[in-house]
Ligand binder design. Structure first.
Ligand SMILES: Cc1ncc(COP(=O)(O)O)c(C=O)c1O
Length: 328
């Protein structure tokens, strides 16, 4: 898909690397070759998938003349980390609304927020952080500021263009190696990553099935969210197509039923990838997604493909807040 008409910031170098993981394949004893799209290496804010979305979303904030960024998520949010980094690079003030109590010890992403001097607002026991963000924006407007609210995960159709592009890159990188991927796995939460990947894969490589491993919701809810953002993305691109929730593949059996609560299989997947390939995943998103892909590979469920792909969407800085899970 041609994205040249969309304003962007070029926050990181593209394309990110595509890396084969032969030692992981050997350890799993699976038939398909395993490749990883290293979107953890999008430099800004210690890397991750949000940079791809923010490249477009923050460009909109700049074009609107905004001088302060507001966003919200959990206390250990990767989205907040990358949004904060982008705001700092643009010389903007940044307010992070964090759903939870203020922890006594600042670790992982929270340490990062503290060092970069974000304006932190801890909001325990309130599910409507979106409203808290909008109220803060109104308050700042009254003081003559120009706030821009980035929705959670930057998962708007504009943000999803980031994953249209990542998927375009990886299809091209695969083709240069004479490969096409039968299955691609990613962690899915606020849905923009999978939505963008779906749109590009359906256009340019329909044989590549996108598997979202849910990190927070049951499959039906997540399929609906992904389809909604994907359809908004089609509309933004001027493509007269839609997907229905039933067209979207989501696995909800790998997150353990609770967002941000590590699973044993997820932590084992983190250790296996680290030991075999020297790459760190995280216990909230990529570790759980990898545990899903490994399980399906071990059960031979992906053997119809010569190669499978894993989108490394970042998140590893949060692992330092989960040190207890990894003490021998
Ligand atoms: C490391 C990581 N991977 C995957 C995701 C999920 O992406 P999305 O919110 O676009 O579904 C997130 C979201 O916060 C994330 O931080």
């Amino acid at each position: 898909m041609d994205l040249t008409g969309f304003r962007r910031l070029n926050l990181f170098s593209r394309p990110t690397p595509l890396q084969e993981l032969p030692r992981l394949q050997k350890a799993i004893e699976c038939k398909p070759r395993i490749f990883m799209k290293r979107d953890d290496l999008t430099q800004s804010g210690l890397g991750g998938n949000k940079n791809r979305k923010l490249d477009f979303v923050m460009a909109e904030a700049v074009s609107m003349g905004s001088d302060v960024i507001i966003t919200w998520a959990g206390v250990q949010s990767n989205h907040c980390r990358q949004t904060l980094a982008a705001a700092k690079q643009l010389g903007m003030e940044c307010h992070l609304i964090l759903g939870g109590e203020e922890p006594a010890a600042k670790q992982g992403n929270l340490l990062y927020f503290t060092i970069l001097k974000a304006n932190l607002h801890f909001v325990p026991g309130n599910d409507d952080l979106d409203k808290v963000a909008r109220d803060l924006a109104e308050e700042l407007k009254k003081k003559g500021r120009k706030p821009y609210v980035v929705p959670i995960g930057a998962s708007t159709p504009l943000g999803a263009l980031g994953y249209v592009e990542s998927t375009k890159e990886v299809i091209e990188q695969g083709a240069q190696l004479g490969m096409s991927f039968g299955h691609a796995f990613l962690a899915t939460g606020s849905a923009g990553t999978q939505a963008g990947a779906e749109v590009e894969a359906r256009e340019k490589c329909p044989s590549m099935k996108i598997h979202g491993v849910s990190v927070s919701r049951d499959a039906a809810q997540q399929q609906k969210s992904v389809a909604e953002v994907a359809n908004g993305t089609y509309a933004l691109l001027g493509i007269d197509k839609t997907v229905s929730p039933d067209d979207i593949i989501v696995h909800d059996e790998y997150y353990g039923g609770q967002y941000a609560v590590p699973t044993q299989a997820g932590n084992e997947a983190i250790r296996l990838v680290a030991e075999t390939e020297g790459i760190l995943l995280d216990p909230v998103y990529t570790g759980k997604a990898m545990s899903g892909m490994i399980d399906m590979l071990r059960r031979g469920r992906l053997d119809d493909a010569g190669a499978v792909l894993f989108f490394h969407t970042g998140g590893y800085p949060a692992i330092f807040a989960f040190a207890d899970c990894f003490q021998e």
